[in-house]
Design a protein around this ligand. Structure first.
Ligand code: MOS
Length: 760
């Protein structure tokens, strides 16, 4: 193919759904008006564990407009077996089934829904439902839960969990190392706080079919879940998630508002909408809490000789959520002796879940704080220390990468940041009443690819429609699909429409894991390539056969609505002329992209990862220890960039969330009540505009034809990984204070001692 002819891929177009979003015509799950719809407001449990003894509904039922109250006492039948409650990213264990019985498994568990003719009536009546409980002892204290930690057996693990692989004798190497670090690192619970709350609008058609507008990262997963759990049959359930107002992993699984809305609709044979309140958004998944003991040893030359990590993350009492925590450092650095162990600890909360770069954002970030500490112990510049221990290959899996341009990321980031101007000693840079610190960290994430289908339909007026059940969770999938189609068939953006977010379209997985652009893009490309082949055939009927003996689309360029013979550009046929000559009103193709297709290497022979280098400037008030993050440079190596503008936007979002992880975000348990105590935006702090200053994003050129068909590696997640470490490392450089527990709130920083070495 002819690189210079491309018009779509690599172009910084604004998102094609942008105008619809800012003008309000883009509809989210709770915005669809369906005829005769009722409003459901969910009553949630006030205790963390126990049983419902009774529910007094009398007062609630007298509220004008209330239609019914549904709970475990009167709910419609749902599937009794756990295996019917599967979703695409199922965890081993017992899936939560709303209103299943009288058991309470976590605080704010949905226990009843008040359905009314108006939202206001439902909301008021919900406050009048009086519930009596029989409480049982609960525990949501992570420290206490560690007494019950365990490693699930192989059959009890998620299929995407990668077990650490040990090499050498790390204990002995650590014991003998001249430079050593041992530290306990910690990350608090964080909750996904997208702008759009979980919502399901169920349109009950009355003929046995339903259309559900759902807040979810994959229409197919909700469709199959509802069909199976409520026995509706897949052909009777259509799920639409045309627009998703942020999710970050929080909507990968069909969540309880969907159970509740569907049960209410079935019970009443009416259309019903259920939306979680912001407070209820704290009752579903969250990033698990983590404790991570890291020991590192280095030789007199500064080269790592031992990496040991032992981590535990929290899970629920009923499901086993596992993440890759200890593997990242073992993969990233050259070290002969590595050892990792990992457990999970159950407590009485809802099951934690994937949150932007699950595992990596926790494990790599905490590891990059430890590496920084060892660099100081070894008397090395933190960046030089990382380069000294650079690994060209995947150090844990002992195999090459399809590509790894991390070295280039370090050097381009350092140059843009002016790292060479850094003075090495902590507390050595100051302006006015603020200490200035410069920190660096590494980001690492996976490049995944998932089986995805797409269709293309070209009509004789030259209009192309591409479609896939895939989602756009704010990442830019609409635009990516359009650009790949434009590129493949040489059409202008305004000749293309994109459909997605609908289970009736060609099947696609949930959008997550940063695999969306690579996988959906490849499916769209395949479908458009099939259209191209059909066009070549159709061109045969054009008078005079201008394309002559050309027999393969590989000999053609598709540019500006024409097929052009590459080595003889005078020979060309307009796409619509080929269709007219063959009497075609429409050309259609549906194709499926699968792992291993094209020039992709086998998943087992090479590792496929994205990398980044993050540089942070922190300014810390010398008396108050208030932290400002005044400059971030992040250099990202993520293969081919389809749209630099949208790619930058993904990385900016990741960096902002990373700053949140470093300084703000923390869900605090009230151990006595068994609930998260700061369940509101008033008390769960995410970065606001005033917290964010300059962020510079660099994309490092990284051609990689082996990783995925388009050479795309994915960008949704790598932007957060390591950011909080770079912040922690910058704060240490500014103040000489090392805080190993994220977020680094002012109280922790004030309490931390200035390290002896840092005083010079
Ligand atoms: Mo992502 S945490 O896979 O949405």
């Amino acid at each position: 193919m002819n690189e210079h002819q491309r018009v779509g891929i690599g172009t910084s177009l604004s998102r094609i759904d942008g105008v619809a979003k800012v003008t309000g015509t883009a509809k989210y799950a709770a915005e669809y008006r369906v005829p005769d719809m009722l409003w459901g407001v969910t009553v949630v449990s006030a205790i963390a564990r126990g049983r419902i003894v009774s529910m007094d509904e009398d007062a609630a039922r007298t509220v004008p407009g209330v239609v019914d109250i549904i709970s475990h006492l009167n709910r419609p039948k749902h599937a009794p077996l756990n295996r019917s409650w599967k979703d695409e990213l199922q965890y081993p264990g017992e899936p939560f089934k709303a209103f299943h019985d009288d058991r309470i498994q976590f605080a704010a568990q949905p226990i009843a829904v008040v359905v009314a003719e108006t939202f206001e009536a439902a909301r008021f009546a919900a406050t009048l439902v009086h519930v009596r409980y029989e409480a049982e002892p609960h525990n949501i204290d992570f420290e206490a839960s560690l007494a019950e930690k365990f490693l699930p057996g192989p059959g009890d693990r998620r299929n995407i969990y990668h077990q650490p692989k040990n090499h050498g004798d790390a204990e002995s190497a650590y014991a003998e190392a001249p430079f050593r670090l041992a530290g306990d690192y910690h990350l608090a619970v964080e909750h996904h706080m997208p702008m759009e709350m979980q919502a399901s609008t169920v349109h009950w058609h009355g003929d046995g079919t339903v259309t559900i507008y759902d807040k979810v990262q994959g229409s197919k997963t909700s469709q199959e879940f509802v069909a199976s759990a409520f026995g509706l049959g897949a052909k009777n359930v259509r799920v639409v998630n045309a627009f998703v107002g942020g999710a970050f992993g929080g909507a990968l699984r069909p969540l309880w508002q969907l159970h509740v809305a569907v049960m209410a609709a079935i019970h009443l044979k009416r259309s019903v909408r259920v939306v979680m309140t912001r407070s209820q958004m704290f009752s579903h998944c969250h990033r698990p809490e983590c404790t991570y003991q890291i020991r590192l040893g280095a030789g007199a030359d500064g080269k790592l000789t031992a990496v040991l990590g032992d981590a535990t993350t929290s899970t629920s009492r009923f499901e086993h959520e596992m993440e890759d925590i200890v593997t990242w450092g073992m993969i990233n650095y050259a070290c002969p002796n590595i050892q990792g162990s990992y457990n999970i600890a159950p407590r009485d909360t809802f099951t934690p879940g994937d949150m932007r770069a699950p595992g990596g954002a926790t494990g790599m970030t905490l590891f990059e704080i430890a590496i920084d500490e060892l660099a100081y112990i070894a008397g090395a510049d933190p960046l030089a220390f990382r380069l000294l221990n650079y690994s060209e290959v995947d150090n844990m899996n002992r195999r090459p990468f399809t590509s790894k341009a991390l070295r280039e990321a370090y050097s381009q980031g350092a140059e843009r940041f002016n790292w060479a101007k850094r003075t090495p000693e902590p507390r050595s840079m100051k302006e006015g009443h603020e200490f200035i610190g410069w920190g660096v960290a590494t980001g690492l994430w996976e490049s995944m690819f998932m089986k995805t289908s797409a269709s293309a339909q070209l009509t004789a007026n030259g209009h192309l429609e591409v479609a896939s059940a895939s989602s756009d969770i704010g990442t830019g999938t609409y635009t990516v699909m359009m650009q790949v189609a434009a590129d493949t068939l040489g059409l202008s953006p305004d000749a293309i429409t994109v459909k997605l977010g609908d289970s009736s379209l060609p099947p696609a997985p949930v959008e997550g894991g940063s695999w969306g652009a690579a996988s959906t893009g490849a499916a769209v490309q395949l479908a458009c390539q099939t259209i191209a082949k059909k066009l070549l055939k159709a061109a045969d009927k054009v008078e005079g056969r201008p394309l002559g003996s050309v027999s393969s689309v590989d000999e053609l360029d598709f540019v500006a609505g024409e097929m052009i013979v590459r080595n003889n550009p005078a020979r060309r046929v307009a796409l619509i002329d080929a269709m007219h000559a063959s009497g075609l009103d429409v050309l259609e193709a549906t194709e499926t992209a699968s792992p291993g297709m094209g020039s992709m290497t086998s998943l087992d022979t090479k590792s496929r990862n994205t990398h980044s280098a993050v540089f942070v400037e922190a300014r810390v008030d010398e008396e108050l220890d208030q932290v400002r993050i005044t400059h971030v440079v992040i250099a990202v190596a993520a293969g081919r960039i389809i749209n630099p503008k949208l790619a930058r936007s993904q990385i900016l979002g990741g960096v902002v969330m990373g700053i949140g992880m470093a300084l703000h975000e923390e869900t605090v348990p009230d151990n006595a009540l068994g609930k998260w105590i700061n369940h509101s935006f008033g008390e769960y702090h995410v970065p606001a505009h005033a917290d964010i200053e300059d962020i510079d994003v660099i994309f490092v050129d990284e051609p990689d034809p082996e990783v995925t068909p388009l050479g795309v590696k994915g960008l949704g997640e790598v932007g957060i990984v390591g950011v909080a470490a770079a912040v922690s490392n910058a704060i240490y450089h500014a103040t000489g204070k090392r805080v190993r527990s994220l977020p680094i709130t002012v109280d922790k920083l004030l309490a931390a001692p200035i390290q002896a070495g840092a005083l010079g």
